[in-house]
Design a protein around this ligand. Structure first.
Ligand code: BTX
Length: 325
């Protein structure tokens, strides 16, 4: 796309004017075509100085996570290569499910804001404009549904690595789907599936990360945090978005080739649930036990006070740490 090419040239020449004539020659297009793209970039939020004789200078880039902005950091080969970006959407997971039947494997849907972001069991997910990464990925693996549920933990491992890589802070996994820093939730993962008993049609993995959120609604105070609150810095969402896609693709490939057991050690290493007392709620009954292991299927092994050992599958139960997360 010509607009992308012009933007890449302006970015590569930061601090230096580049003339309309140079752009035309480099890209083999007309002056009018260049002028039209520059205007489009300006209305996308790029501040571009246009000076008679010296040409165009990129002064400021908008804080948006569209494909043009994240692609310089994107190394993944198929995750996020089809990338749909929205200013505002009800829920990236809902949209992903809508388009999944005809979408390509690895399609990513990203929004600056979600007006009806969802957590598990219909819970609401706060998704403030421009302050987080609200992302869904469409996957079409050749897997049975009981294998597919393990992808939540594959995604969780990828997110922990990306947070470390970009924000330089350690986070952990509250089994199976929350990423937590200092006992507060910084990210939630929602995996949804469409399929038959023995076959998956598609999977949607939704990831919501609080990046630069400064204030949460009252009911989340003390429970939620953001990377910015924890690091004391405003973080660039662009490399973080790409890093999540890169790391997810890496672990997803390992999972597809070698199975969950190859990810298990990292799940255990990053787990904040293991070796802690947990409250397991099964059919409204609360039982207290100790989480002792994560097995090769991604289940949590809990030993209860009466000595009974149970295998807890995600989705079956609600697991709470006794001391917050
Ligand atoms: P969950 O059901 O484990 O967590 C939901 C609970 O988390 C809420 O009931 C609330 O207490 C708390 N919460 C709500 N918003 C936030 C927030 N921003 N930060 C921390 N805690 C919060 C977790 O569900 C899965 C969330 C997935 C969100 C992604 S965003 C992209 C995709 N689209 C979509 O609609 N959902 C997913």
């Amino acid at each position: 796309m010509l607009k992308n090419d012009i933007l890449s040239i302006l970015k590569a020449n930061k601090g230096k004017h580049i003339s309309g004539q140079e752009l035309c020659e480099m890209l083999n297009v007309s002056r009018t075509a260049v002028w039209k793209c520059i205007n489009e970039l300006k209305s996308d939020g790029y501040i571009i100085e246009s000076k008679h004789k010296s040409g165009y200078l990129l002064m400021e880039e908008p804080d948006i996570i569209d494909y043009m902005e994240i692609s310089p950091y994107l190394k993944a080969e198929f995750i996020g290569r089809n990338y749909l970006h929205f200013e505002s959407i009800s829920s990236t997971n809902d949209y992903a499910k809508e388009i999944a039947p005809s979408a390509t494997d690895g399609t990513a849907i990203v929004a600056e804001e979600q007006t009806s972001g969802r957590g598990r069991m219909g819970r609401h997910w706060v998704s403030n404009k421009g302050q987080g990464i609200w992302l869904s990925m469409i996957l079409k693996p050749n897997l049975s549904p009981n294998e597919a549920v393990k992808l939540t933990q594959v995604a969780a491992v990828a997110v922990v690595d990306s947070i470390k890589e970009i924000a330089d802070i350690r986070s952990g996994i509250k089994w199976p789907n929350d990423i937590v820093i200092n006992s507060k939730k910084v990210c939630g993962i929602l995996t949804e599936m469409n399929g038959e008993i023995d076959r998956v049609n598609f999977i949607v993995i939704g990831i919501g990360i609080n990046v630069n959120v400064q204030n949460f609604p009252e009911d989340l105070c003390g429970k939620a945090t953001s990377l910015s609150i924890e690091t004391g810095k405003i973080l660039d969402r662009k490399p973080l978005t790409a890093s999540i896609l890169n790391n997810f693709e890496k672990y997803y490939r390992i999972f597809l080739i070698n199975g969950f057991s190859s990810i298990r050690n990292l799940c255990k290493e990053y787990s904040l649930t293991l070796n802690k007392d947990v409250k397991v709620i099964i059919n409204n009954n609360e039982c207290i036990g100790r989480a002792v292991d994560i097995d090769d299927d991604g289940n949590l092994i809990v030993v209860f006070k009466n000595g009974e050992k149970k295998t807890i599958a995600s989705g079956d139960v609600s697991v709470r740490g006794l001391l917050g997360y």
